[in-house]
Design a protein around this ligand. Sequence first.
Ligand SMILES: [Zn+2]
Length: 209
Amino acid sequence: MANKMEHFKTEIREYRCACGNGNYTFKWHTYRDNYFSEDVISQKGIDCPVCKETHYIQDYSLVPKAVSDKTSEASNAVKDLCQIIKDYALEHYREPMFKYISSIPATRWHSLWHIGSPSIGTFRKDINATNGKEATFNRHLSGSYESTIYRIMVTLEKCNIEDLKLANWNDDLQVLIQKRNEVKELENGYLYKGQLLRDYTSYQDPKLS
Ligand SMILES: [Zn+2]
């Protein structure tokens, strides 16, 4: 027999919105089955016709849309350039990079690439598996983050590879990162954390689906 998830409870938190005439709300709907397995579906929304037009919810605060859009724009610019740098570097220098990094001890690889997760024990196990070095190389360069570009640049340096195009892009990237951080900082100043109005639990099924 199918083990059906049924609504158990909904926790609700309401905050005063930025204009003061409405609120914004977080809901956590908990569903349980006969074996007390639980699923939680979260919902959030602005219940104010004015603030709905002018703000987004961010964490437990409201942020003006114009400010938030600027941050997104700056973040996307960083991400896009990271992608370009990564694609170019791997297209041209994948082989020497892999040759170098797979020839040094696991601890050096782990620290050179600033790998926080997994820890060195698991990392060593990973690279010692069949095709582990290649899989590890790919995995830790799979994203297009600042950390990915850092790993690429530091490896190229170890390989004594100098590429003017990459160096220029990397300089541009540092400028974009700084700009992004400044915009982000500015955004923090615009966050509006409304007064908590109500914090309660409802057992009424919201009939979401
Ligand atoms: Zn409002």
